[in-house]
Design a protein around this ligand. Structure first.
Ligand code: SER
Length: 612
């Protein structure tokens, strides 16, 4: 089966379930806005956290979608037949509605009937329990009643059958949610490789089994004192990797042999004159990384030394290196051809051939061009080294992106060998640092972070309206980004703001904060929200009902404000999923630190908030 069919079947299956119709929700952006706790959307549940915690979702309690996801922490794993940094996750959710019985039944029905997997090849895993959380005998019984044989049901502990964004319970920061899960594995029946342990089992890494989906029963929240507390509602969070599911319908363990990759392989084979079969590792890295880069660029990420930009740079550089491994020096035309093939696979789904091809190719090929120059410089540095060692080899890898094999190859002529062990140690040290850096995005616990974010977020709404009041209603939000230190707000306006205007906006926001205005969450039909003149970024393409936030009910528009449109009796009224503070007084005081142009007609404000 091809991926389009599977994606469609899945969404339709859940949308049409008798008595349990799900609502399809638009996928979230790969780079989440206003969420400093994480760099990327790495699972379908991530944008739904407030709703899993109990906030009312405008589309109800049963949701379904397919979410493009990115996991930077897997970057070093890419190259085998199943790991990718970019993937699509089919997801369905019960927000305190149905639970284990229904979920496992539908999951089984989807796998065995809708996409026709052979049930004899499926194995399931169930949570074996801890001192605090009971063994999941309920799921075990459900699987048995569905006809899964005892030998195909396996029990695992917190390392394998517990899911939260930060791993097992002891790794969860205070405020994080999670719970036991039940996965389904596909058995390719290949012989076990004893290198991975004596006995083969579904979680063995020898490649015989492939995890294809996971039903998480999100039912707990980590407390400040380290204990787990039951959430007020029991949720289901299902995730199934589209690439892997597609591969299993073809009975191949290699996800790159699906329609989500094959057209890209063909292009690279043509460019390099090499065959996939003999060069699978290098080609997989090139394809995965350029695909991820494509999706990041489309979302406005530009290559840089920081955060998402740094990850984008690494992805592109690693693919250039792998291209060289294919004895092909990649040039901008090659990159354009590869990116075009990627866009075509997702044309009309997440990408648009007409609109996106150019910008993607421009940004990626510029980075390739720059890196090629850096590499050339690196080769000159290599000539200066008299004696290579593991540390120097790592420096070359780090600064110029030289893989250790290339360094070895250079120095072979001089009769020198690279101390691989020393290289590995340096590498691990660095990996630890970058892991901690991304794990640091969770540092301090989501609960703390989200409190700061919530304040900044409400401040952003006030800023948006204040800008319109001072400059005129042509001002419109173009993007925003919040870290725990500052807020950044991009808006349309075609000239530099005067000092006077900046001061006016700042004062206006601070005035609204001092007035301690109430913030209301309203869920209404889209048409009604438009009638009320709600503003903001609205890109939810499937919604019947929308979520809007109103700040300051009963507000009278002041005669000197340039934005005279009534906003349902609120000072600010915006399309937004929240969360927000209950009263503006909780925010503190804002200070605009900078106002600058970022592109033609788009300005950017950086502001700090002196938090209470
Ligand atoms: N959130 C779970 C996962 O990522 C299931 O969607 O596996």
């Amino acid at each position: 089966m091809d991926s389009k069919t599977i994606r469609k079947k899945y969404i339709e299956f859940f949308k049409n379930l008798k008595g349990y119709k799900h609502k399809e929700i638009a996928p979230a952006k790969l780079v989440p806005e206003n969420d400093p706790t994480t760099l990327f959307t790495s699972s379908g549940m991530q944008p739904l956290v407030p709703y899993l915690l109990g906030q009312e979702h405008p589309e109800g309690k049963r949701l379904v979608n397919s979410q493009p996801s990115f996991r930077a922490e897997d970057i070093e794993e890419v190259g085998d037949n199943r790991h990718t940094t970019f993937f699509e996750m089919l997801g369905n959710w019960s927000l305190g509605d149905y639970f284990k019985e229904e979920q496992l039944k539908w999951c089984w029905e989807f796998l065995t009937k809708e996409i026709g997997l052979d049930k004899n090849k499926l194995h399931v895993a169930v949570f074996e329990g801890t001192d605090d959380v009971p063994k999941d005998t309920e799921s075990y019984e459900i699987w048995k009643n569905l006809g899964v044989e005892d030998e195909h049901i396996h029990f695992y502990g917190v390392d394998k059958n517990w899911w939260s964004r930060s791993g097992p319970p002891d790794k969860m920061p205070a405020g994080e949610i999670g719970g036991p899960d039940s996965e389904v594995f596909y058995d390719f029946g290949t012989p076990h490789d004893p290198k991975f342990g004596k006995e083969c089992h579904p979680n063995c890494d020898c490649g015989r089994f492939l995890e294809i989906c996971n039903s998480v029963f999100i039912q707990y929240r980590k407390q400040e004192d380290g204990t787990l507390k039951e959430l007020p509602q029991k949720n289901v969070d299902f995730g199934g990797g589209l690439e892997r599911l597609t591969a299993t319908t073809l009975d191949t363990p290699d996800v790159f042999k699906t329609d989500l990759y094959v057209p890209i392989i063909r292009i690279i084979e043509t460019i390099s004159g090499k065959k996939y079969e003999e060069n699978a590792e290098a080609m997989r890295v090139i394809i995965d990384h350029l695909k991820a880069a494509t999706f990041l660029v489309v979302q406005g990420v530009e290559s840089s030394n920081k955060l998402q930009g740094y990850v984008l740079r690494r992805l592109i550089r690693r693919s250039v290196i792998k291209m060289r491994k294919l004895e092909k020096i990649i040039d901008e035309h090659d990159v354009v051809a590869v990116c075009d093939a990627i866009v075509e696979i997702y044309d009309g789904i997440y990408l648009d051939t007409e609109k996106d091809k150019r910008v993607i190719s421009d940004i990626i090929s510029t980075e390739v061009f720059r890196f090629t120059k850096t590499l050339e410089k690196g080769l000159k540095e290599v000539e200066k080294i008299d004696q290579i060692d593991g540390k120097k080899a790592f420096d070359l890898y780090q600064t110029y992106g030289f893989p250790v094999e290339i360094t070895e190859e250079l120095f072979k002529e001089k009769g020198q060998i690279v101390d691989r062990e020393q290289f590995r140690k340096e590498f691990e040290k660095h990996r630890e640092v970058s892991r901690t850096a991304s794990a640091g995005m969770f540092k301090g616990g989501l609960a703390d972070h989200s409190e700061i974010v919530t304040k900044y977020h409400t401040a952003t709404h006030l800023l948006h309206q204040a800008l319109r009041d001072v400059l005129g209603p042509e001002v419109f939000q173009k993007g925003s980004n919040i870290t725990s230190e500052r807020l950044r707000f991009d808006f349309s306006f075609n000239r530099k703001m005067t000092e006077e205007e900046i001061k006016q906006v700042e004062n206006l926001v601070n005035k609204r904060i001092e007035e301690n205005l109430q913030v209301d969450h309203i869920i209404i039909p889209l048409e009604k929200a438009k009638e009320m003149n709600a503003i903001g970024l609205f890109n939810e393409k499937y919604a019947d009902k929308v979520s809007i936030y109103g700040v300051g009910p009963g507000f009278k528009i002041s005669p000197d404000a340039k934005d005279k449109r009534l906003r349902g009796g609120y000072y600010s009224l915006e399309f937004c999923g929240g969360p927000h503070v209950e009263k503006t007084g909780a925010i503190g005081k804002i200070k605009i630190a900078k106002e600058e142009a970022i592109s033609s007609g788009i300005r950017r404000i950086r502001a700090e908030v002196v938090l209470r």
